[in-house]
Design a protein around this ligand. Structure first.
Ligand code: SF4
Length: 387
């Protein structure tokens, strides 16, 4: 019997400079240790290819995220995909994404990425306003976003995603309107739009706490999100997840796999993995976060495991809603019953009823999903299922 497919994530933890709002596991470096780092990823690949959890399973998505994966030269990716194909079967319609930053993409490098095996490009464009980009500490210009997309199209990328950030201090509704217009005009297949958050430990968090940076009021950010949803859906994008919009059929398969709680293997510094071992148990683990420590462990042992966790049945029940409701199609209560052999209404009936009455959840036959009002306060709606 054919084994279930899985997803592969590879983390590249290097950036040219660290953006002041970013709390990802990334490090600004003058020189990326490409060879050493990719050698560690190869070692991990070899290690996991023979582990019973992953052995002989087909891959249906591969995602290089970061950090700035486009800092790694295409020749290393060529090597990586060669090894990957020797160890795993890659599904014929697999989605293979590279996160890239505008400003470092020319035709030659894009040709190289395409030739290596990538078929989807996710561009960290963030904004088309020079002042917003500057505030965010980004190193690219609006013109470079246009240039990157144009060059990627000429190279042959037919699946491009753009990132937008809204709710940036001093950003106006008018600025955001321009960003949306510019993004749509570039004709991407996919747009991810996130509101700026102030994560502990970041310079933005500190500046906000000290009153140096004034966050936009919640109602202004809420209005921005509403406008974004309205404009993008009116332009033919489907909002399939709280922060993600796609042309029909171009929804990110990789992210959808996370929201559907499929197994994924993470390689690279600080990368997480998830493996559902049985109906009521799953394993989650993480690699060492510091690149040097990660590289030392991976090259010496094959695995760079830093910690692992066994998810309890309680955690799995919550994840069903926590991840499933992010998908705007919602979750099926029949699927819940089938998966956990529990009646969801016995446990969550009052929660569902209250949220439905408040207009935050839609209930249709056995499906529940966030309503348009619920999407705007998604985190607080989903949290209700934790109790
Ligand atoms: S480029 Fe992206 S990953 Fe790197 S620091 Fe900026 S936001 Fe973080």
């Amino acid at each position: 019997m054919k084994r279930a497919p899985f997803s592969l994530y590879v983390h590249i933890p290097y950036c040219i400079q660290k953006c002041p709002y970013c709390d990802f596991n990334t490090y600004a470096v003058a020189r990326v240790p490409q060879q050493e780092y990719m050698r560690s990823a190869f070692a991990e690949l070899d290690y996991y290819a023979v582990q019973p959890e992953w052995k002989l399973r087909p891959l249906h998505t591969v995602y290089f995220g970061g950090g700035t994966p486009s800092l790694i030269e295409p020749k290393y990716y060529l090597q990586f995909f060669k090894l990957l194909k020797e160890r795993f079967e890659i599904s014929s319609n697999a989605e293979i994404t590279l996160e890239a930053n505008p400003g470092m993409l020319d035709r030659e490098i894009l040709d190289g990425f395409l030739e290596a095996g990538f078929n989807r490009l996710s561009l960290g464009s963030q904004s088309f306003q020079p002042e917003t980009l500057e505030k965010l500490g980004r190193v690219h210009t609006p013109d470079q976003i246009h240039f990157s997309v144009e060059q990627a199209r000429i190279a042959g990328f037919d699946n491009i995603s753009l990132d937008l950030i809204f709710g940036v201090p001093e950003q106006t509704q008018e600025n955001l309107r321009d960003d949306i217009t510019s993004a749509i005009a570039l004709g991407p297949e996919h747009i991810s739009a996130y509101s700026l958050t102030y994560e502990k430990g970041t310079p933005f968090y500190k500046a906000k706490a000290q009153g140096v940076l004034r966050a936009l009021p919640d109602d202004v950010v809420g209005d921005m999100m509403e406008e974004l949803i309205e404009r993008l859906t009116a332009s033919g994008f489907v909002q399939y997840e709280i922060s993600n919009f796609a042309q029909k059929g171009k929804e990110s398969k990789h992210n959808t796999a996370y929201w559907k709680r499929s197994d994924y293997l993470g390689l690279g510094a600080g990368a997480h993995s998830y493996f559902r071992s049985s109906v009521d148990s799953a394993l989650r683990w993480s690699n060492y976060a510091l690149p040097v420590e990660y590289m030392n462990q991976a090259t010496a042992l094959g695995s760079a495991l830093s910690w692992s966790d066994v998810l309890k049945p309680e955690d799995l029940l919550f994840e069903f809603f926590f991840l499933g409701l992010r998908n705007l199609e919602g979750v099926s209560l029949r699927d819940f019953k089938k998966e956990f052999s529990l009646d969801p209404l016995e446990r969550y009936g009052p929660t569902i009823e209250n949220l439905k009455e408040a207009g935050l959840l839609k209930v249709k036959s056995d499906k529940i999903a966030l309503s348009p009002e619920g999407v705007l306060v998604a985190d607080s709606v989903i949290e209700q299922f934790a109790a």
